[in-house]
Write a protein that binds this ligand. Structure first.
Ligand code: SF4
Length: 222
């Protein structure tokens, strides 16, 4: 993969970390992936495991980010956070990564407008459940900008969350439009019960376990 495009640009983003690991979520789980974690998030989900990304990090030009990404032997790149779209220049970063030929995915909270995200990017969009404490920020207008390559993720904290998510699935006919992931909140919801509920209801959703946590627990840089 060529990284010969200009590396100098005035556009800068605040970056929490860039690292090479195994993708732990979505249909790309298991793939070696470079993660670009941008600083900042307007939400405060009670289960958040990346609170260190709310502040700090360093300002890097998009050229610098591309150079650091290219130092790893990866075909896939995930832009995550925090909430990456909280920095508007994230859109330019996504475009640049796509232009370079990477398979790019974006992990976003669902609280900010996704309409201007490059069409080549696979969007993994959260719908926040009541158990997150932040479901009032769900921006359901975003659903109009998803297509078949995109995915929706619900983090399930308890049975009430599961029942709520089922209602949202039906109300928006989500499983007819995109892949839907149900992921247990690791400290609150046991995965076996969630799997049994999904089977009992015959839901066309994917039970998602966070592969990176199985491999490396909560260690930074993975
Ligand atoms: S949206 Fe993501 S990064 Fe932001 S508080 Fe919630 S879990 Fe944490």
């Amino acid at each position: 993969m060529s990284l010969s495009s200009p590396l100098s640009t005035d556009t800068r983003l605040r970056v929490s970390e860039i690292f090479f690991s195994i993708q732990g979520e979505s249909s790309r789980a298991g793939l070696p992936t470079v993660f670009i974690r941008l600083t900042g998030c307007p939400l405060r989900c009670q289960y958040c495991d990346t609170t260190y990304a709310f502040t700090g990090g360093e300002w890097l030009s998009i050229g610098d980010i591309v150079e650091k990404t290219g130092a790893h032997p990866a075909r896939w790149v995930t832009v995550t956070g925090g909430e990456p779209l909280a920095q508007s220049d994230c859109l330019e970063l996504l475009r640049r990564l796509c232009d370079l030929g990477y398979g790019v995915s974006l992990e976003t909270s669902g609280a900010l407008d996704i309409s201007a995200v490059d069409q080549r990017v696979m969007k993994v969009l959260d719908i926040k459940t009541p158990g997150s404490g932040e479901h009032r920020h769900n921006r359901f207008e975003n659903l109009a900008f998803l297509d078949a390559k995109d995915e929706i993720k619900f983090v399930i904290c308890n049975r009430d969350d599961y029942d709520w998510a089922k209602e949202i699935l039906n109300a928006h006919r989500l499983t007819e439009r995109v892949a839907v992931l149900f992921s247990p909140s690791s400290a609150q919801q046991d995965a076996t019960s969630l799997g049994e509920w999904i089977l009992a209801d015959g839901l066309a959703v994917r039970l998602q376990l966070q592969l990176h946590k199985i491999l490396w627990q909560d260690a930074r840089g993975h």
